[in-house]
Design a protein around this ligand. Structure first.
Ligand code: HGY
Ligand code: MN
Ligand code: MN
Ligand code: MN
Length: 399
């Protein structure tokens, strides 16, 4: 049997690595001191649970059961201003289910905490590398927003790293995660069984204009990189209108102006352009609009334009057998208080789906808040998620 108190205590301990001191928030980006310390603690907890801890070259941490096993897990790195449960919940729940499975004499469960799911460098970098979506030699030159290269960051864990784990030792993958949206919380439901996960495209775009004096440069003579960004943002919203659906989303979340001074006309604007949708064709259509609009605006305004590497993942559908096990568990633990729903957030399961059958389940996020220090979930919903995961693992393992 799973032990909710031990599970909640481990969750609280993990929160202490990179605790932000605001709400229950954490600051535990991939390969940060807090992240590496947390992974070392997780490795020790895995060993205590009778699993063999194993780091791979991408910084992913596995807790390996003997022989073939079901893989449960998520990620333990966080966004720059992260919630305490995003990823951490799935890793700690996996550890608790692995302990219970071992105590019950099987079926065997292994555990994983993927690295850089929060995409400080690539897009869900650690599981993308492990699954072959992103070759390590293509990941190494990727930089974070401050210019640190992935190769340098992963070098901080090189002494711990062994080979990549053979995916063939796992029969499937199930990930417990917070919903990170408003659906379950608004409906007063406790469990979400995921049907599919959206696809994503993410790229950096740079407009290069003319840095100049903010007082003496007449407006009609300016080649202002921020004005180009503003025009781009308005234009894509207009041009997406007859392409997107209410489920389509796009975000300009990171902007660097150069030189970023109030009395200087910005000479350069580099920004992240990210869009998500459940349909690959629509993602491609949105890309055409992004590129064409940026080119038009650069041309009209006499600015330079460059596109960074386009990173992306396709939409994936969850495995029917694993999903059915989750539905059985959900009906047992939260009868009438669960639903099937798509995931608008990206998860490591998207990459693992290239290697084996995958499925996901959600617990509610209070107020639908995530990627924010205020992210939280009621303890009894966290425990309900743990119990559904344990039941599903047992059904699948005995299948
Ligand atoms: O952005 C995402 O969907 C994920 O939480 N990293
Ligand atoms: Mn996550
Ligand atoms: Mn996240
Ligand atoms: Mn995620």
């Amino acid at each position: 049997m799973v032990k909710p108190d031990r599970f909640l205590a481990d969750l609280e301990t993990l929160r202490g690595f990179g605790a932000a001191g605001v709400g229950k928030g954490v600051i535990r980006p991939a390969f940060s001191e807090a992240d590496i310390a947390a992974r070392k603690w997780l490795a020790a907890r895995m060993e205590e649970a009778g699993l063999v801890p194993h780091f791979d070259p991408a910084g992913n941490l596995f807790g390996l059961a003997e022989g073939r096993s079901l893989l449960l897990g998520s990620h333990s790195d966080s966004q720059p201003e992260g919630g305490w449960l995003d990823g951490a919940l799935g890793v700690i729940a996996a550890l608790e289910v692995a302990r219970a499975a071992r105590a019950a004499g099987g079926p065997a469960v292994s555990v994983v905490s993927f690295q850089d799911e929060e995409s400080r460098f690539g897009v869900t970098t650690g599981s993308a590398i492990w699954s072959g979506t992103l070759p390590l030699d293509e990941a190494d030159p990727l930089t974070d927003h401050s210019g640190v290269r992935f190769a340098e960051a992963r070098g901080r864990m090189a002494a711990l790293a062994g080979d990549f784990v053979d995916p063939g030792r796992f029969t499937g993958y199930i990930e417990l995660h917070i919903e990170q949206g408003p659906v379950l919380d608004t409906a007063g439901e406790r469990i979400g069984v995921v049907s599919d996960i959206v696809g994503i495209r993410d790229m950096r775009i740079t407009f290069s204009g003319q840095q100049n004096h903010a007082g003496t440069t007449p407006m009609h003579l300016r080649r202002d990189a921020f004005q180009a960004l503003g025009a781009f943002n308005a234009a894509i919203a207009e041009r997406f209108r007859n392409v997107v659906t209410p489920a389509s989303v796009w975000t300009i979340g990171h902007v660097t102006l150069h030189p970023n001074a109030s009395s200087i006309v910005p000479g350069r604007a580099t920004f992240s352009m990210q869009w998500r949708d459940g349909d690959t064709a629509r993602l491609a259509r949105m890309e055409e609009i992004v590129r064409a609009t940026a080119q038009e605006i650069a041309q009209e305004r006499g600015l330079g334009l460059s596109f960074g590497p386009l990173l992306g993942l396709e939409p994936v559908t969850m495995d029917a057998r694993l999903r059915a096990a989750l539905e059985t568990g959900a009906e047992a633990v939260a009868p009438g208080k669960w639903r099937k729903l798509p995931s608008g957030a990206l998860h490591d399961a998207t990459n693992v789906a290239r290697l084996m059958p995958v499925a996901m389940l959600f617990v509610p996020s209070i107020g639908g808040i995530s990627h924010d220090f205020a992210e939280d979930t009621a303890d009894d919903d966290l425990v309900a998620g743990l119990e559904v995961l344990a039941r599903a693992a047992d059904i699948v393992g005995r299948g």
